[in-house]
Write a protein that binds this ligand. Structure first.
Ligand code: ZN
Length: 229
């Protein structure tokens, strides 16, 4: 049984951006938690190969929420491995499947109206990118408090705020929390994800406190890597 937090680095023009999905790997399941940006499948594959795995071997994909950097490669993964099961909260599912307009896109379009002229182009490009996120159907809804048998027990923790249906995972036996965007690591400190993109800041702060109060030994942050408490 292995719980692996690994980087995917994706080039963006002159810069690059690294995110850290997690793998829950036991003898029955190989679960990927979040999967990177639009177009990141080849980068994900490279990392999986390094671990001795292929996309076809992954049995499940948990999406902590519907943001492009977490679900961007989900539809491509599902195409390559149609047997993979897609998991998310019921509250997040309509945005992941685009049965409803994703909240992030709604927010970006609203902000676009208020941007000063010099930021208009950036805002437009951001909206365009969000429209390119390929939806995927959520097949299994995850509920707060539910325990799955992945890696000896994986408890679902509702951590709303960043988005309404955001969820985190608590691997109680090994004392590891997989935070999604409920906690990000900035200069070695745990903080809530970018407040500008946090749909309910008060809720997000409560969710971060909830995770920290679990007193886990390690917090696997999608942005920033591992935080040891
Ligand atoms: Zn994120």
């Amino acid at each position: 049984m292995k719980i692996i937090n690994f980087p995917i680095t994706m080039p963006f023009g002159d810069t690059e951006n690294t995110v850290y999905p997690t793998l829950l790997w036991d003898d029955r399941n190989i679960i990927l938690v979040d999967c990177g940006f639009i177009g990141s499948l080849p980068f994900l594959e490279k990392e999986l190969h390094r671990l001795g795995l292929s996309v076809e071997q992954i049995t499940g994909l948990v999406l902590t929420h519907h943001d492009h950097d977490h679900m961007g490669a989900a539809a491509a993964i599902k195409r390559q491995n149609p047997g993979i099961k897609i998991y998310a909260s019921a509250a997040e599912a309509p945005y992941i499947s685009a049965h409803e307009k994703p909240l992030r896109l709604q927010q970006a379009e609203e902000i676009q109206e208020t941007l000063p002229p010099e930021q208009q182009e950036f805002g437009r490009a951001f909206c365009e990118m969000l429209r390119r996120v390929e939806p995927v159907e959520v097949e299994v809804f995850l509920n707060d408090g539910e325990i799955l048998d992945w890696c000896g027990g994986c408890k679902i923790i509702a951590t709303p705020g960043h988005t309404p249906g955001h969820l985190s995972l608590f691997m109680e036996k090994v004392s590891i929390v997989i935070t999604g965007d409920a906690i990000v690591l900035e200069y070695g400190k745990p903080v809530i994800a970018n407040p500008q993109f946090t749909l309910d800041i008060e809720q997000a702060e409560k969710s971060m406190e909830k995770l920290l109060s679990l007193e886990a030994k390690a917090y696997y942050c999608y942005h920033g890597g591992i935080y040891y408490k």
